[in-house]
Design a protein around this ligand. Structure first.
Ligand SMILES: [Ca+2]
Ligand SMILES: [Ca+2]
Length: 234
């Protein structure tokens, strides 16, 4: 199992930039954005393995404001009735004062299906989480951390977990407190990128180069002559 632990950096989100360099020739195969689906209600058990899982009751992720735009940090929509300040519920009208990075959503389940033309030659995943998570690729647990501290992970080689066609990445994420305290401790965020290389696809309908075509014709003529000679001997 290709499972790695997060390194911890406290809750200072400024340190959560994803620093790992992508391999030469690699392109972004996947990134967090608002097309990811999420729920804050414990889903059925096949949420992280079934490509056709019905997530029509889930909602779109929101981009958290005030953080680096790339990779995009996402979470649940910020208006939520469970947020606290020093144990006291916060009126929803106050949420805007501190941005969507603070809400009362502690447990969030994310899903994203995406297409690949072929299994990648290489695929390296980096992620950042405030606070904890488990990441599943096509039903397989590939990374996890449960220390109730913000941190980042990667690069994790996930190439063997990906396939040509439809793939599923599913993430259970947890913020460890819904109490904003002095607007500093109840924050949360999740971001993920996969960089990798896809195999070069040769076009079977391409016209052979002239030199190649001549060689091919010469080879066919030689083969025909050999067959004629073989037939005379028989
Ligand atoms: Ca953590
Ligand atoms: Ca937190």
């Amino acid at each position: 199992m290709n499972r790695l632990n997060l390194s911890s950096h406290g809750f200072a989100l400024a340190v959560l930039a994803l620093g790992a360099a992508a391999p030469a020739g690699a392109t972004v195969l996947l990134g967090t954005d608002t097309s990811w689906r999420l729920t804050t209600v414990l889903p059925a058990s096949d949420w992280n393995s079934a490509l056709d899982f019905n997530d029509s009751g889930w909602v779109s992720a929101v981009q958290l404001t005030g953080l680096a735009p790339s990779p995009m940090s996402i979470w649940a929509p910020c208006a939520h009735p469970n947020a606290l300040v020093n144990g006291t519920p916060v009126p929803a009208t106050d949420y805007g004062a501190v941005g969507c990075q603070f809400s009362g959503d502690l447990d969030v389940w994310f899903r994203k299906t995406f297409e690949l033309p072929a299994q990648p030659i290489s695929a390296f995943m980096n992620a950042a989480i405030d606070d904890d998570l488990d990441i599943f690729i096509n039903g397989q647990l590939v990374a996890g951390n449960h220390d109730c501290l913000a941190g980042s992970l990667g690069p994790v080689d996930i190439s063997s977990f990906l396939t040509g066609g439809t793939n599923l990445v599913a993430v259970s994420a947890k913020d460890c407190t819904n109490d904003w305290g002095a607007y500093g401790s109840g924050n949360h965020q999740f971001s993920l990128t996969v960089n990798g290389e896809l195999p070069v696809v040769t076009d079977p309908t391409s016209v052979p180069e002239p030199a190649s075509a001549l060689l091919m014709l010469g080879g066919l003529a030689g083969l025909a002559g050999a067959r004629r000679r073989s037939a005379k001997k028989a």
